[in-house]
Design a protein around this ligand. Structure first.
Ligand code: AMP
Length: 147
């Protein structure tokens, strides 16, 4: 098997995110590699409240506020995983494109994704995982997640 040196884990903020990240962390230790993390903001996240999703009237404030929430979540996960500040990527865009683009730009040799995530189990493999597998120029590991 290749000796991976630069591993990229793609995390969504679903319940499975940490499971995928921990698998990547194991591989990093096994190969003595570097770990980078990416989360792609692909929509305006809505906060959960006891009343359900809340949509404030001022959308500029809403976007900024929600962005801060997403930044916070990302920071917490990265801190928990002990990721170097320089290896954290929070970007806007289309997940499969941003993930594979970053992998090419940064000489990543293994991308780790979950077999599914926010888009559920409608098909066996999530759409992002499939897209990454199709477009990546390096190896891709899809962590099998139980429903
Ligand atoms: P999905 O296609 O939503 O079922 O997600 C499959 C896997 O793709 C997830 O377990 C993550 O590893 C990755 N993924 C999905 N959406 C994102 C995102 N917005 N940012 C980063 N990774 C993502």
């Amino acid at each position: 098997m290749n000796q991976y040196q630069n591993i990229l884990v793609a995390i969504d903020f679903s319940d499975y995110g940490m499971e995928v990240a921990l698998k990547a962390k194991q591989l990093v230790e096994q190969f003595n590699a570097q770990l980078s993390v990416i989360h792609v903001l692909d929509n305006i996240p809505m906060p959960d409240t006891p009343y359900g999703m809340v949509i404030p009237l001022d959308t500029t404030d809403l976007t900024n506020e929600l962005l801060e929430i997403e930044k916070d979540k990302f920071k917490q996960i990265c801190d928990q995983l002990n990721i170097d500040a320089a290896r954290r990527r929070l970007v806007w865009g289309e997940p499969q494109h941003e993930i594979t683009q970053l992998a090419s730009d940064e000489n990543i040799d293994l991308i780790v994704v979950g077999s599914h995530g926010r888009h559920g189990l409608a098909v066996l493999m999530g759409s992002t995982a499939k897209g990454v597998l199709y477009h990546a120029e390096c190896d891709v590991l899809a962590v099998h997640l139980q429903d």
